[in-house]
Design a protein around this ligand. Structure first.
Ligand SMILES: Nc1nc2c(ncn2[C@@H]2O[C@H](COP(=O)(O)OP(=O)(O)OP(=O)(O)O)[C@@H](O)[C@H]2O)c(=O)[nH]1
Ligand SMILES: [K+]
Ligand SMILES: [Mg+2]
Length: 492
């Protein structure tokens, strides 16, 4: 019986997840066979610029520019005089590196030229490379795409690399590094293996169940593994939005009655004059959005119009937009003037927005809220005139900066809860794509009912496994790959 089972394991494994070379897509990587070159460091005047090549003519390119010297030893930086191969004109004295494939970033033969970063040197070397037969300029993301095609990176690792290049905050960098290390991919790989095993067991049961020579409990084991997997997927999906928030920024909306100091707070947190501040109530009309690094977490901070009734049509439109933005907030920064808590606009805001959100009666959503009583510098020394139903609040003065440290600490805690902590816990799902496929996998497992129909149950496992394959890019279509690699710049 075990031989039969292993044949089935092998057969089940011949799905899209077979552990062969990680061929990312059915079509070959674009332009494979050709040798590409590009400036891989940033544009503009700089100390050192890195130009690299990838493809079979890399060795020839290196020899052409460093003639009459031969190739340097593999992976050792060597100082060489670079010359234009046609005119023999000296271009620069540079460090060159030779990475014979497959031990290179792309898996192909690669060369690197670390040249002085002046524009004339860089364009001279690029032009010289262009004159070497078989070489052409690289397209955006082409180096990484080749690395993916040669099994050097999985798709989730590619996404991690893209995120690392774009990371602007510490938390984003940590999350991207973990994804680049392949954690999410490994997790999915483990899940896919569980499904392959379960599928083999179910197929064994279909083929041999009636012969009665199948080891007992084979189907039970498959069932319990599938049910465990459902629990694990469910737990990951519950946190699904957190990794995405960490990647693209949590929506933090500053709201409150007119003149509470909302725009002053936005300027203080973003450390630049984003919004106009004036003593006139109704200054802010449109929603003003600015990306900020709040205590190490990325956030999209929105300034909104002061909420009040009975004003002109333009301001009323501003209020409507403010309310709409408020609905989309992950975190509401509710601002009140501490010296004006008894005004009707403060009272209204407190009872229509703050208290319903804090008590969770506002909606089914899980919005969070921090209440800030601004202008504490105007208060008498005994503190604010306390409202009996005022929820927990933070005192702040945008004028003097007093209370800012406490607010930043509170924001850090709120954002950590919203985005998850990228240094601990399971790897987060950083893209809607990940969430979509995990949900698809979970939905397919919902149709796994071996007691009813074994053939349909096996099909459910195949569909579920297909989703995991697409998540890691092993069942990827060109279309998905194009979208992902478009995020890269030329030279990456
Ligand atoms: N004393 C004092 N004044 C402040 C403080 N923060 C803001 N102000 C003043 O309060 C007034 C209103 O500030 P804004 O930031 O424009 O208030 P806002 O809530 O954006 O106002 P609207 O956009 O009109 O709704 C300005 O004159 C600010 O200088 C503070 O902490 N203390
Ligand atoms: K104002
Ligand atoms: Mg304002």
């Amino acid at each position: 019986m075990w031989r039969g089972l292993w044949t089935l394991v092998a057969r089940a494994a011949r799905g899209p997840l077979r552990p062969c070379t990680r061929q990312g897509s059915s079509a070959p990587a674009p332009g494979s066979g050709s040798t590409i070159f590009a400036l891989s460091s940033g544009q503009g005047r700089c100390g050192i610029a890195v130009i690299r090549t990838s493809g079979p003519a890399s060795g020839q390119a290196l020899r052409s520019l460093t003639a009459p010297r031969d190739l340097p030893p593999a992976r050792k930086a060597c100082l060489r005089l670079l010359r234009d191969p046609l005119s023999a004109e000296p271009l620069d004295r540079a460090l060159v590196l030779w990475f014979p494939g497959p031990q290179s970033f792309t898996g192909e033969d690669c060369a690197e030229f670390h040249v002085h970063g002046g524009p004339a040197v860089v364009s001279g070397v690029l032009q010289a490379l262009g004159s070497v037969p078989g070489l052409r300029p690289a397209e955006a993301g082409e180096f990484t795409r080749r690395a993916f095609a040669h099994g050097k990176l999985s798709l989730t690792e590619v996404e991690g690399l893209a995120d690392l290049i774009h990371a602007e905050t510490e938390a984003q960098r940590r999350q991207a590094l973990r994804q680049l290390d392949g954690e999410l991919g490994h997790l999915c790989q483990g899940w896919a293996e569980t499904l392959t095993r379960a599928l083999a067991h179910v197929e064994a049961y279909i083929d041999f169940g009636e012969d009665d020579n199948l080891e007992e409990g084979v189907l039970d084991q498959a069932n319990s593994e599938v049910r465990e997997l459902e629990v694990a997927l469910g737990a990951h999906l519950r946190d699904a939005r957190r990794g995405q928030r960490l990647r693209s920024g949590a929506h933090v909306v500053v709201a409150g009655p007119p003149n509470a100091g909302k725009s002053s707070l936005v300027n203080l947190l973003s450390r630049k004059p984003v919004s106009i501040v004036s003593p006139e109530p109704g200054t802010t009309r449109d929603v003003l959005e600015t990306p900020v690094d709040l205590a190490g977490f990325p956030a999209l901070l929105s300034d909104t119009a002061g909420l009040r009734e009975g004003v002109g049509p333009v301001e009323q439109e501003g209020v409507r937009r403010a309310q709409k933005r408020l609905e989309q907030a992950d975190l509401i920064l509710a601002v009140l003037d501490a010296s004006d808590l008894t005004s009707s606009s403060s009272h209204d805001f407190l009872h229509t927005v703050v208290i319903p959100t804090v008590t969770g009666s506002a909606s089914a959503s899980s919005q969070r809220l921090l209440l800030v009583l601004n202008k504490s510098d105007l208060l008498p020394s005994q503190g604010p005139d306390l409202h009996p139903d005022l929820p927990r609040y933070l005192l702040l003065s945008c004028l003097t900066g007093e209370g800012l440290d406490g607010l930043l600490e509170a924001l850090r805690k709120e954002l950590a809860a919203l985005c998850g902590d990228p240094s601990t816990g399971p790897p987060l799902l950083t893209r809607a794509r990940h969430q979509h496929h995990l949900q698809g996998c979970l939905d397919a497992l919902g149709h796994y009912k071996p007691a009813k129909d074994l053939a349909l149950a096996a099909e459910a496992l195949r569909v579920a496994r297909g989703h995991l394959a697409r998540l890691t890019g092993r069942g990827g279509t060109e279309e998905i790959l194009d979208i992902i690699f478009r995020d890269f710049c030329v030279g990456k």
